[in-house]
Design a protein around this ligand. Structure first.
Ligand SMILES: C[S@@+](CC[C@H](N)C(=O)[O-])C[C@H]1O[C@@H](n2cnc3c(N)ncnc32)[C@H](O)[C@@H]1O
Length: 218
C-alpha cells in the first residue's frame, strides 16, 4: 500500500512498467519517490519552475536515499529537460497551464501522458484530440474538497463530443458516486448563480447549463 494521497495514488498505479518518468510541477517529489520505491519505474526527473519546491523535492529524495534514481531539474515545463523518457505526469494545475506546458514541449517519442487538471479539463482533452493522443483511462477524484480529473493518454486518434471533453469519455461510461457528487456540486453552483442574475439572456444560459448537467446524471 502506498503512502500517497488518493489523488497521487491514482497517478502512481498508472506508472507501472514504464522506465523514465518526467514529473512536471513535482513540488514535493512524492510521486516519483513512491514510484521508484514500489519498483514501478526505474528513473525519474522531478521538475519544477521554482527553487523552493525543488529544494523540498531534493530534501525528500535524499531522505528516501534515492539520489541515484531521481534527478531534480529547475525548468519551465520541459524547457531544460534533456533526458529521454516514456511517461509524463503533470498533476494539480489548471488545464490552461497544463496545455501551455504541453504545447511548448518538443518531444517526438511516443509517451504516456498522465494529467490531472484541477479545472478546465476540457481544454486539455481538446489539446489531446488535436495532437494525436487518445484517452485510454480516466478517473475523477476528490481530494481536500477539490475535484480532479485524471486523464491517461497515449498516441492515437479520438473524436469527443463537447460533454465528453468536459467530463471525460471514460468517466461518462462508468459514472460513480464521486461523479454524481461532482455534478451535484456544479448544479448547486449554477443554482446559486441563477439567484443572483437579473438579465434574461444570462438567466437562460444558466438554466440551459443546469439542464445539461442534470442530463449527464440521468
Ligand atoms: C499545486 S502544485 C502540484 C504538485 C504535485 N504535482 C501534486 O499534484 O501534488 C503545482 C506545482 O507546479 C509548479 N509549476 C507551475 N508551473 C510550472 C511550470 N510551468 N513548469 C514547472 N513547474 C511548474 C509549481 O511551482 C508547483 O510546485
Amino acid at each position: 500500500m502506498s503512502a500517497l494521497s488518493l489523488r497521487l495514488n491514482q497517478a502512481l498505479i498508472r506508472l507501472k512498467g514504464f522506465h523514465t518518468l518526467i514529473d512536471i510541477g513535482t513540488d514535493h517529489a512524492l510521486l516519483p519517490i513512491e514510484a521508484i520505491r514500489m519498483g514501478y519505474i526505474q528513473r525519474a526527473i522531478a521538475v519544477d519552475n521554482k527553487q523552493k519546491p525543488l529544494d523540498n523535492a531534493k530534501k525528500n529524495i535524499v531522505k528516501a536515499r534515492l539520489e541515484g534514481a531521481i534527478d531534480v531539474c529547475l525548468s519551465d515545463g520541459f524547457d531544460q529537460v534533456e533526458a529521454t523518457f516514456d511517461v509524463v505526469t503533470i498533476l494539480g494545475m489548471g488545464g490552461h497551464l497544463i496545455n501551455d506546458i504541453l504545447m511548448r514541449a518538443k518531444f517526438s517519442q511516443p509517451v504516456r501522458l498522465i494529467l490531472a487538471p484541477n479545472k478546465d479539463a476540457d481544454v486539455v482533452r481538446i489539446w489531446l484530440e488535436e495532437n494525436h493522443y487518445q484517452i485510454i483511462d480516466e478517473s475523477l477524484i476528490i481530494d481536500k474538497r477539490v475535484f480532479y480529473q485524471l486523464i491517461v493518454a497515449e498516441a492515437g486518434e479520438m473524436r469527443l463530443s463537447p460533454i465528453e471533453r468536459e467530463f471525460g469519455p471514460i468517466v461518462l461510461k462508468r459514472p460513480n458516486g464521486t461523479f454524481n457528487d461532482y455534478i451535484h456540486t456544479l448544479i448547486r453552483q449554477q443554482e446559486h448563480a441563477l439567484k443572483n442574475v437579473k438579465q434574461g439572456d444570462e438567466k437562460d444560459k444558466i438554466t440551459a447549463r443546469i439542464q445539461v448537467l442534470k442530463g449527464v446524471i440521468q
